[in-house]
Design a protein around this ligand. Sequence first.
Ligand code: GLC
Length: 531
Amino acid sequence: MAARWYQEAVFYELYVRAFRDSSGDGNGDFLGAIEKLDHIKSLGVDCIWIMPHYASPLKDDGYDIADYTAVHPNYGTLEDFKAFVDAAHERGLRVVTDLVMNHISDQHPWFQAARQNKNSPYRDYFVWSNTGTEYADTRIIFLDDETSNWTYDEVAGQYFWHRFYSSQPDLNYDNPAVIAEIFAVIRFWMDLGIDGFRADAVPYLIEREGTNCENLPETHEILKQVRRFMDENYPDAVLIAEANQWPHDLLPYFGDGDEFHVCFHFPIMPRLYQALKAGDKTPIIDILNDTPPIPPGTNWMTFLRNHDELTLEMVAPEVRQWMWEQYAPEPRMRQNLGIRRRLAALLDNDKRKWFCLNAMFLSLPGTPIIYYGDEIGMGDNIWLPDRHGCRTPMQWNDTKNAGFSTAVKTYYPVIDDELFGYQQVNVAAQENNPDSYLNLTRFLLKTRQHQSALRHGAFEFVDVGNDAKKNKAILIFTRKSEEQAILCVFNLTDQVQPLPTGVSPKAFDLLKQTIINNQLAPFAAHWFILE
Ligand code: GLC
């Protein structure tokens, strides 16, 4: 069976607000993003996921939708959106948007109507309670801000259910009218020409007493309906699940190939950082051994960072503690059950670590996605509220506002610190330096895209062999397609390591890294072509 486009693609997560401000109001917009599509294309990615661009009070940065079929005025008009999609397509880039179906903004007319009138048909679009005591086994996700999944609404005279902020009432998926509304939303955006959706927060659609209200069979039933609707109307589109769950709970999101095409692999992500910090590959091996095979035509989505905190939900409490100590030594760096920092900052701006971790994640099975700004090693601002510390303006050059905007004040300030300030870290400064983050990103992505084994080949761990057998510091695996085999070798430590048995120092390395004295350099990464 030939690979489907999303199984072979590399994705780029775009935050339109941060990318390029064409209107001078301090917010990025679609017309600005069009100006920068050539930058995205130059990286060697295939598809853009844009974070929510809908009308919204932005209490959760657009994940609180007030109108599903309108573009947020800060970002432009529907025509601008359409122009963006067309311009992306002209460059051979696909576009997926966020489908936030679990909840809406309390400003949405459905909620306004529902709270004001018990007899409104919209009342049953939400989940109500007289006591706010139901579903007590359900965890709270935004632990830093919320103390309950129920909030009392004075106007309604009842409590409403919400898994995220109390300004984001959950929709009631026991009501078929809600599903019909979502189909209309899907149709609206698909008919504008997009290529699919990243579906937000899908484990939480249905509530049942006595459960933790996550991953319920009834939720999967609804998601399968969504897939059927997509298959019938838009068979080439992709549906990507954001479900922050363990691998065995993730498997049902693929169904029998009849639910999601792609699911984010959340648990692998923190383990890549853990392994690199501890110099021990064990957590990577354990989680991949724990990851079940998935149906044909589907794929995992792998990532190092995204627009949220680096979540540590999927690690044991003692590992979480250790990760916080290692990667978030200052209390302000921690957020909910995670870390509010960017990739380059987490890796001490050490290009060896950055290269090793990226080469590792880009050679694991899955469809990789990179987060805007990480391709130039942007830093963060941990003092900004919520998760905005890693959503600051893209740094294009060393002029005012990093070339992002001509406004006096941008939506949040540009990074301006000594190490990561836009004066040093920007696209223009990195453009002509072959060793810059930017050009290393291009090199890694282009190298990967030319190798069928890395794109879709079978994956297998390799024993390090002989004396090095117990060497936890060296991660080795093969990727094999029908045409070729590649041996991926990583040194997870800052010490030189013996070259594993069976690896010839003369083997052809796609990553063009040198081997000196038959030793792996600190944080070495190699993709050897096997004869
Ligand atoms: C997802 C998004 C996050 C958002 C939440 C609620 O986890 O990634 O940014 O806050 O859903 O919509």
